[in-house]
Write a protein that binds this ligand. Structure first.
Ligand code: AHM
Ligand code: MG
Length: 339
């Protein structure tokens, strides 16, 4: 093992803080609350099936408390912990249609956090990996109040992004714009320990990840790309197909093994030819992590991180992964290549 054995995520965040002259510790405090929330969510996810937290709301558990669905539980916990830090100006969550204002009397700060508390939650009942995704930005508007300009910031303005994967082990992967690091939760000590320092995505992979069930809703350029990946080439193997249907798990595999994940625009709903994944708390944080690891992320038209958001729950197509694979996918999707 390396001399990095035993570095906790908190040690790591503090060492990043030390690089910034004038850092106040506010950001460290914010991340500490996310780490705490992640540990609690992980513990609840591991109990899923043992206690009755999978069902719908409205029932009571053995303590007589109202039973919450796991995604609602994760949402409430994230809001609570983040505002507890005293450094949050406003929050946005997949689970709330509107920006989440600070509770009355709570101390606020300069950070805006967008998050998906439990992504892939339709997989919970089947014991498939799920995750929490977060994106951290600085408040943009002046004055004590927030406005939509604080929420609707392009991904290039993120100061940090990360996810927690509740899988065969629980992992936290994050970046503050200085590379990507991965930590595995050691349940015996209750700490995330550095297990994946300086994550770097392979320049090219041999895995493609997309919901092939939507084939008939896709346009011909995209189909040409997927047909091409099925043909063995002189310098390229036939690509394997892997699709979990849980973005955090599919992205995590892509980050470690390389290849390309696609949730492209489709015509499932002709009125909304976008794709499914949300820009502000799914695509932007994953795109920052991918670029920080040497990968690329595109909508097919432009870099994801440069999209100017117009809505809190805006959806964009996502093509993300190894740089050579993403370039190739975009060349097909834009019609520059067809074989
Ligand atoms: P969710 O945020 O409602 O859980 O939906 C997002 C999930 C992603 O984790 C995953 O990549 C995608 O939806 C799967 O969608 P589909 O079932 O259409 O393939
Ligand atoms: Mg989601």
């Amino acid at each position: 093992m390396t001399d990095q054995l035993g570095i906790t995520v908190t040690n790591h965040i503090l060492s990043q803080q030390d690089r910034h002259a004038g850092a106040t510790g506010a950001f460290t405090r914010l991340l500490s609350e996310i780490i705490m929330a992640a540990k609690i969510i992980s513990s609840e996810v591991n109990k899923a099936g043992l206690v009755d937290i999978l069902g719908s709301t409205g029932r009571r558990n053995v303590q007589g408390e109202t039973v919450k669905k796991l995604d609602e539980f994760a949402h409430g916990l994230m809001v609570d912990r983040l505002y507890r830090s005293g450094h949050v100006a406003i929050l946005g969550s997949e689970e709330d249609a509107d920006p989440i204002e600070p509770p009355r009397g709570v101390e606020t700060g300069e950070y805006v956090v967008m998050f998906d508390p439990l992504d892939g939650s339709s997989n919970i009942d089947a014991n498939v990996s799920i995750g929490t995704i977060f994106s951290i930005l600085r408040k943009r508007s002046s004055g004590p109040e927030c406005d939509m300009s604080d929420m609707l910031q392009p991904g290039t303005r993120q100061v940090a992004a990360g996810y927690v994967l509740y899988g065969s082990s629980t992992m936290m992967v994050y970046s503050t714009g200085n590379g990507v690091s991965g930590f595995t939760l050691d349940p015996s000590v209750g700490e995330f320990l550095l297990s994946h320092p300086e994550i770097s995505i392979p320049a090219r992979g041999k895995i493609v990840s997309a919901n092939m069930g939507y084939w008939h809703y896709w346009d011909e350029n995209l189909k040409n790309y997927l047909r091409y990946l099925r043909q063995p080439g002189p310098e390229r193997p036939v690509y394997s197909l892997r699709y979990i249907g849980s973005l955090v798990a599919d992205f995590h595999r892509t980050l470690l093994y390389g290849g390309v994940f696609l949730y492209p625009a489709d015509r499932k709903d002709p009125k909304k030819p976008y794709g499914k994944l949300r820009l502000l708390y799914e695509c932007n944080p994953m795109s920052m992590l991918c670029e920080q690891a040497g990968g690329k992320a595109s909508t097919g038209d432009c870099r994801v991180l440069e999209v100017e958001p117009t809505e809190l729950h805006q959806r964009v197509p996502l093509i993300i992964g190894s740089p050579e694979d993403v370039d190739e996918a975009v060349a097909f999707i834009s019609g520059q290549r067809n074989q």
